[in-house]
Design a protein around this ligand. Structure first.
Ligand code: NAI
Length: 480
């Protein structure tokens, strides 16, 4: 029986391994992590991450050929294929701080693999890593190998949170990079055989190691660039009276452009886009390509601009101050169908409003109070470290309350900011909402989920990103 072990039981390691276990009943899959609470949750009725369809997959395989454990060394030692899916945060100190990937966790995983292994292994990079990481990892493994052969592969993950199970069941492609040596090719075939249980072979792309590593960074940079492009156009729409939804539709029907990732919003978030672009920027700089680095840096700058622009719009519309005013924040996760808040635009928007002394009442159907309070007090990049290395839960911020009901968050508020596109925000009884708020009642729709005209008929002043402005908002221009 082939044995697989995955180091890192996070958003990637958990769902990917659960699907491998489901589709390959004859393979034994162990997912290991140093974070005991996370492993306990994977072994409980309440999985540590929310992902549609995940519960069913885990329930079917757990205890059969899928195991979650903190006994990292034992499972690594027993396995034939070791996936490494640990955090690769942005460095906060030293060379490349604020840009380069911090490979501390990756390196310690590699050293441990070298220490405990007693048989040959294929080591698979699942984490998103800088180009040429495989070379560094190979050096660590071969230096300590004690006669054992390690073959390294790059198998970057393209799943998107919120649709992880769907993406894993039916991926556009699986990418496997390896050395162009007989051992490298043999390892590629072994991993290809695992995916071939359910992925058509023509969708399993095999490349050299560096192409696979770079393709992941490039794919995320291209996706984020589409969002920043449409968000840049949204600012111009507001200035000119064009409607960004109409513009997106018009350009998206061009088959060369395509319709996806063209929704204007308060900005992109998630654990990957910013981190991976910063990483790409750093690699460009290290390779003497400052123009290329600046090109990609601009994608992040536009994203930051979009969040600042949103905050300025809120403050300027409400008579240039939100001091002491209650603002309801609907949605905190970085997108719908996930409870993940890493790099969510809600953090910067809330911090901006708190900077102007607003009182925030936050509701998100999948995010806990503890997480929101932590996020609002954490320093940049702190979030991307294993939970036990993050700052302890801070004391309650008096300007922020977190509630478990949208109507409760909205009661007596002066304004509502919609920051995540949860379907339930479309279906609220906005007449009831209006009646419970202070007047004038404002809605700032950062995801274009509400029917602005209907809300205006009720009496709201509505701002929708990239849409023609209410006369009220035109008279109160927001300069970012
Ligand atoms: P995560 O933070 O949810 O999970 C990483 C896990 O690794 C944590 O539970 C941590 O405790 C564990 N860990 C760290 N060092 C360890 C060690 N030495 N031994 C055992 N466990 C250790 O991170 P996530 O989101 O799963 O991402 C992992 C990698 O996958 C990152 O490189 C990320 O860029 C990449 N990725 C993430 C995607 C996403 O949507 N979240 C999508 C595609 C790639």
């Amino acid at each position: 029986m082939v044995k697989i072990c995955c180091i890192g039981a996070g958003y990637v390691g958990g769902p990917t391994m659960a699907v491998i276990a489901l589709k390959c009943p004859e393979i034994q899959v162990a997912v290991v992590d140093i974070a005991a609470p996370r492993i306990n949750a994977w072994n409980s009725e309440h999985l540590p991450i929310y992902e549609p369809g995940l519960d069913e997959v885990v329930k079917e395989c757990r205890g059969r050929n899928l195991f979650f454990s903190t006994d990292v060394e034992k499972h690594v030692a027993e396995s034939d294929i070791v996936f490494v899916s640990v955090n690769t945060p942005t460095k906060t100190q030293g060379l490349g701080a604020g840009k380069a990937a911090d490979l501390t966790y990756w390196e310690s995983a590699a050293r441990m693999i070298a220490d405990v292994s007693k048989s040959d292994k294929i080591v698979v990079e699942k984490s998103t890593v800088p180009v040429k990481t495989a070379e560094a990892i190979e050096r660590i493994l071969t230096h300590n190998r004690k006669g054992i052969n390690f073959t390294i592969l790059s198998n970057p993950e393209f799943l998107a949170e919120g649709t992880a199970i769907k993406d894993l069941f039916n991926p556009d492609r699986v990418l496997i990079g390896g050395r162009e040596t007989p051992e490298g090719q043999k390892a590629i075939h072994a991993l290809r055989d695992v995916y071939a249980h359910w992925v058509p072979v023509e969708r399993i792309l095999c490349t050299n190691l560096w192409s696979a590593e770079l393709s992941k960074l490039a794919a995320n940079a291209f996706l984020a660039q589409r969002i920043s492009s449409v968000n840049a156009i949204s600012a111009l729409c507001e200035a000119t009276g064009a409607d960004v939804t109409q513009v997106s539709h018009a350009i998206g029907t061009d088959s060369r452009i395509g319709p996806k990732f063209l929704n204007a919003s308060v900005g992109f978030g998630g654990s990957c886009f910013q981190k991976d672009i910063l990483n790409l920027v750093y690699i460009c700089e290290c390779n003497g390509l400052p123009e290329v680095a600046n090109y990609w840096k601009q994608v992040i700058k536009v994203n930051d601009y979009q969040k600042t622009r949103f905050v300025n719009r809120v403050v300027s519309s409400m008579f240039n101050t939100v001091s002491g005013k209650k603002i309801a924040i609907l949605g905190f996760a970085f997108k719908k169908d996930t409870g993940d808040t890493r790099e969510t635009p809600a953090i910067d928007v809330c911090k901006g409003l708190l900077g102007d002394k607003a009182k925030l009442s936050v509701f998100d159907p999948q995010v806990t109070e503890d997480q929101i309070i932590r996020d609002l007090s954490m320093k940049k990049f702190d979030w991307d470290h294993p939970a036990h290395l993050q700052p302890l839960s801070p004391s309650n911020n008096k300007q922020v309350t977190v509630v478990w009901d949208a109507y409760e968050a909205i009661k007596d508020a002066h304004g509502i900011c919609i920051l995540t596109e949860w379907d339930e925000f479309k279906k609220l009884d906005y007449k009831k909402v209006y009646d419970s708020m202070q007047k004038p009642a404002f809605v700032f729709d950062g995801r274009n989920v509400v029917d602005a005209n209907k809300l205006r008929e009720i009496g709201f002043i509505v701002y929708s990103v990239g849409k023609p402005l209410d006369s009220w908002l035109k008279d109160m221009p927001a300069v970012a």
